[in-house]
Design a protein around this ligand. Structure first.
Ligand SMILES: [Zn+2]
Length: 297
């Protein structure tokens, strides 16, 4: 587990310094824990990364976050109720004092000067003036190093597309897809892909990522379908049942025959049909929540 906690700590310290969460050379453990919460929530709940080969053996804090997400249905850390958030931060502060703060230094080369000091019982770490200057001057490079080790650790356990891009984000943002909806209407795709109801005027169309965006982390046109609001909300970030995959393959063949957007459909010589099937299989093998089906009215 230390392989993930250490880069997390490095990144948390850099973020705290950059955001001026440092006073008289001290960073509070709760501020570090806040950073941990943001990073681990995104990785665990949004991107569903495994931090251990066995589902039952995820680190305590990762398990706790999954439980909270499942119990509340909340997928965005910003929306956590204050009490739940405070409890998670407290748990993370404790993890820092037990597993992380000491371990960071025991593994460093002797000739390297320590980045911070910390005594048991302290509720903050101490960062010397030199360290603070060093961190400020090299913040982006330090984050790259942290992300590199984090990615190396997670790659062993996760078959996740664009893993490095995901790790670099602590608040995933989605692009607006208005243009895509207009193109769907122009092609006559005005029925919900899942339940078939008419989604009619442009402003009622929900552009849905067939294979969830949190898994593919991109907006390829062959993975986008028109959906009604209820289907879009109920499907959330689950993987649709297998028959829909065939339906999308057929829809893409029709789109293809319309001879529109050929370049974006065939970017870099990638066969979208093969890629769609491959990504679908990959999501299944990653044990992504699957088998969602719409209730047809
Ligand atoms: Zn629908």
């Amino acid at each position: 587990m230390s392989a993930s906690y250490k880069p997390a700590l490095l990144r948390a310290i850099v973020e705290c310094v950059q955001r001026n969460r440092i006073e008289n050379g001290r960073i509070l453990l709760v501020d570090l824990a806040e950073q941990f919460l943001g990073m681990y929530w995104t990785q665990t709940v949004v991107f569903r990364f495994r931090h251990s080969p066995r589902t039952a053996a995820q680190p305590e804090i990762v398990q706790r976050m999954s439980e909270v997400a499942d119990a509340t249905g909340i997928r965005q850390a910003d929306l956590l109720p204050a009490m739940v958030r405070t409890k998670l931060v407290t748990q993370l502060s404790r993890v820092l004092t037990i597993n992380v703060l000491q371990a960071f230094h025991t593994s460093k080369p002797v000739q390297m000067s320590p980045l911070y000091s910390w005594e048991k019982e302290d509720d903050s770490i101490e960062v010397s003036v030199e360290s603070e200057q060093f961190i400020r001057a090299n913040a982006e490079a330090l984050k790259l190093i942290a992300n590199y080790y984090w990615a190396r650790f997670l790659t062993r356990l996760n078959a996740s597309p664009r893993l490095i891009d995901k790790i670099e984000r602590d608040k995933p943002r989605r692009a607006a897809l208005h243009g895509v909806a207009a193109a769907m209407v122009a092609r006559g795709e005005t029925m919900c892909f899942y339940c078939g109801v008419n989604v009619g005027p442009l402003n009622r169309i929900h552009v849905d990522h067939f294979i969830p965006w949190t898994f593919v982390f991109e907006d390829k046109p062959w993975n986008l379908v028109a959906a009604c609001e209820p289907c879009n909300l109920k499907k959330a970030d689950t993987l649709p049942a297998e028959p829909y995959l065939q339906r999308l393959i057929e829809l893409n063949r029709r789109r293809w025959s319309l001879n529109e957007n050929r370049t974006s459909f065939m970017a870099a010589g990638v066969n979208p049909e093969e890629q769609l099937k491959e990504l679908y299989g990959l999501a299944l093998s990653a044990e992504w929540p699957a088998g969602w089906a719409a209730v047809v009215p």
